[in-house]
Write a protein that binds this ligand. Structure first.
Ligand SMILES: Nc1ncnc2c1ncn2[C@@H]1O[C@H](COP(=O)(O)OP(=O)(O)OP(=O)(O)O)[C@@H](O)[C@H]1O
Ligand SMILES: [Mg+2]
Length: 498
C-alpha cells in the first residue's frame, strides 16, 4: 500500500496522504465497488505539521526536529485513468475517502502496454521491467509531435520509431534538414537517400509563380501564365523545342516580346523574363529538367531521407511543399480511383525542424501543405511527425492536429504553455514534470497509447549523426594536425633552400 484517499474525491482526480515516498508518474490502483481503478501519481509534496511556515528561526527548526524526529507527511494527487476490467473507462462513482492506494502490479501494466501491432519505444521510467509499446496505426494516421529542448533526445526517438516502422516494412520520408539520417544505419532496413532536385515539369503554375516571385503583378502574371500553359501544351504533345522547361518558358516569352505591340507591353514582358532569369540563378541546384519524378523515389520498406542539409531554407520549403502537395494528390488518386501509377501505399512524413517548415509567424508554402496533410492526410494514409526544439514557434493549428505527443525535457514556460494549448490531455501537473525529465525520458500522450506514460526511450543502437560533439577532443586534434602541417611546411622550405 502507498497511502489512502483524503478529502473530496472526484471521478478524475483524488488526493492522498502517505508515509512512503512514491514517484510521480508511478501507476497505482484503487479497489472499490468490486472495481479495480487504475491511476497515475501526478504531483507530490512533502510537509510537516509542526515545522510550518510561521517559524522564522533555523535554530527553532533544529530543536523541533530533535524532538519530533523525521515526522513528516507526503501528500499527492492521482489522476484516474479508468477501470482495468472495463477497457479503461472512467468509473461512474468516485472512490470513497479512505480507500487504499496500492502500487499497480507489473502484470496489469504489461497487459496494458502489450498492444497489438505496436512499436516498442522503451520502458516505464519507474518500472524498467515493463516495456512500452505504441499503436502504429494510430500514430501514423493521427499524427505525432516530438517536442523537447535541444539535445534532449528527439532525433534518438525518431530513429527508434523509424527502426520500429522498418521492422513492419513501413514507408517513411524524413525531411532531413541537417543530413543527420543520410548515413544512419538501421537494423531493420536500409536508408534510401533522395536528392533535393525537382523536375520543373512537375511543378504547377502557382508553385513556379511563387518561385519566380510574381506577387501582386497581375499583368506580368498574365504573360507568365500564357507562357507556362503554352510550354506545358508543347511538352504534352511532344513538340517542345527544348527539354528544359524553364528555357521553354523563356522561348515563349521572347516570342511574345518580339510580337509586343508597344513599349509598355514589351517592358512588362521583359520584367517577367528578368524574374525567370533570377529564378534560374537562385534555384540553380533545385531545378533539373533531366531529373525523374521525385515521388517515384519514395520506396516501401526503406527509410527514405530527403537530404536538405546542403540547401537553403527557401529551397527546403519549396521541396517540402512540392512533395506534400503531390503526395496528397497522388494518394487521393490512388484511394479514390485506384490508379496503379499513383503512390500506392501509406507514407509517414517526418518533419525535423518543424518550426522552420511550419512556423507560427510566417506563411511559407511548406506550412500550407503541412497543415493540409495534417487535416486531410488521415483519410488517405498520410501521417505527419513534427519534430521541434522550439514548440512555441510552431504553428498552433498544425500542432493541435497532432493527436499524439512525445514530449521530452522541456524547460521554457512559453514552450510548455504552447504545447499545453495544443493538447487537451496535458494537465498542469504533467507539465510541471517536464523540466525534471532526464535525457531520453519522455511523456507519451495521445491516441497511440492507452494511458499517459512516462517512458525511458530506448537508446538507438545503429549509427546516427547529430549527437553531442566532443569539442575538447576536436580542438586538441586540430591543434596537433596544425602543428604537424607547420613542421612539414618548414621542412619543405628547408629542403628547397638547401
Ligand atoms: N534514450 C536515450 N538514451 C540514451 N542516450 C540518449 C537517449 N536519447 C538521446 N541520447 C543522447 O543524447 C544526445 C542528444 O540526443 P539527440 O540528438 O537525439 O537530441 P535532439 O533532441 O535531437 O537534439 P537537437 O535539438 O540538437 O536536434 C545523443 O548524443 C544521444 O546519445
Ligand atoms: Mg535532433
Amino acid at each position: 500500500m502507498i497511502g489512502r484517499c483524503i478529502g473530496e474525491t472526484s471521478l478524475t482526480q483524488i488526493s492522498f496522504i502517505s508515509k512512503e515516498m512514491p514517484q510521480v508518474g508511478e501507476y497505482v490502483i484503487l479497489e472499490y465497488n468490486q472495481k479495480v481503478i487504475l491511476g497515475m501519481i501526478e504531483s507530490l509534496v512533502r510537509g510537516s505539521v509542526s515545522l510550518n511556515n510561521e517559524i522564522y528561526n533555523p535554530d527553532t527548526v533544529a530543536k523541533i526536529r530533535q524532538i519530533e524526529g523525521d515526522d513528516y507527511y507526503i501528500k499527492g494527487t492521482v489522476k484516474i485513468l479508468g477501470d482495468i476490467n472495463d477497457n479503461l473507462r472512467i468509473p461512474r462513482t468516485p472512490a470513497p475517502p479512505g480507500t487504499e492506494i496500492k502500487k499497480a502490479p507489473a502484470n496489469i501494466l504489461k497487459d496494458i502496454f502489450d498492444i497489438e501491432n505496436s512499436l516498442k519505444l522503451g520502458t516505464l521510467i519507474n518500472q524498467s521491467d515493463v516495456e512500452v509499446g505504441i499503436d502504429i496505426n494510430k500514430m501514423v494516421s493521427r499524427h505525432l509531435a516530438i517536442l523537447a529542448m535541444t539535445g534532449a533526445g528527439k532525433s534518438n526517438t525518431v530513429s527508434v520509431i523509424i527502426d520500429g516502422l522498418l521492422a513492419q516494412n513501413g514507408c517513411m520520408l524524413i525531411f532531413d534538414m541537417h543530413s543527420e539520417y543520410v548515413d544512419a544505419e538501421f537494423t531493420n532496413g536500409d536508408v534510401n537517400v533522395i536528392k533535393p532536385i525537382i523536375n520543373p515539369r512537375n511543378m504547377d503554375f502557382t508553385e513556379i509563380k511563387k518561385l519566380a516571385n510574381l506577387k501582386n503583378a497581375p499583368i506580368q502574371e498574365r504573360y507568365f501564365r500564357k507562357a507556362f500553359f503554352e510550354a506545358n501544351e508543347k511538352v504534352k504533345q511532344g513538340v517542345a523545342e527544348s527539354n528544359d522547361f524553364i528555357e521553354l518558358l523563356q522561348i515563349n516569352l521572347e516570342v511574345m516580346y518580339d510580337e509586343g505591340e508597344n513599349a509598355a507591353e514589351k517592358n512588362k514582358i521583359m520584367d517577367v523574363l528578368n524574374k525567370i532569369e533570377d529564378l534560374k540563378i537562385k534555384y540553380d541546384k533545385l531545378l533539373n529538367t533531366s531529373a525523374g519524378d521525385i515521388l517515384k523515389e519514395i520506396k516501401l520498406g526503406k527509410a527514405n531521407v530527403l537530404d536538405l542539409g546542403q540547401v537553403d531554407e527557401n529551397t527546403a520549403e519549396v521541396l517540402v511543399a512540392h512533395i506534400l502537395r503531390r503526395s496528397l494528390r497522388s494518394r487521393k488518386d490512388y484511394v479514390k480511383n485506384h490508379n496503379e501509377d499513383a503512390l500506392s501505399y501509406p507514407v509517414f512524413f517526418i518533419v525535423e525542424e518543424a518550426h522552420i517548415l511550419a512556423p507560427k509567424n510566417r506563411n511559407p508554402n511548406s506550412k500550407h501543405w503541412i497543415t493540409r496533410v495534417a487535416r486531410e492526410g488521415r483519410k488517405f494514409g498520410m501521417g505527419l511527425c513534427l519534430v521541434s526544439q522550439s514548440p512555441k514557434s510552431v504553428d498552433e493549428e498544425t500542432l493541435s492536429q497532432a493527436n499524439n505527443m512525445i514530449i521530452l525535457r522541456l524547460v521554457e514556460p512559453k514552450d510548455q504553455r504552447h504545447v499545453q494549448a495544443a493538447s487537451e490531455s496535458l494537465s498542469e501537473d504533467l507539465v510541471a514534470q517536464l523540466p525534471s525529465l532526464n535525457i531520453g525520458e519522455a511523456l507519451v500522450l495521445g491516441l497511440m497509447t492507452k494511458i499517459p506514460t512516462l517512458v525511458k526511450i530506448d537508446e538507438f543502437k545503429g549509427r546516427q549523426r547529430g549527437g553531442d560533439l566532443d569539442i575538447l577532443n576536436q580542438w586538441k586534434t586540430t591543434k596537433k594536425s596544425q602543428k604537424k602541417r607547420a613542421k612539414r611546411d618548414r621542412k619543405e622550405i628547408m629542403d628547397l633552400i638547401s
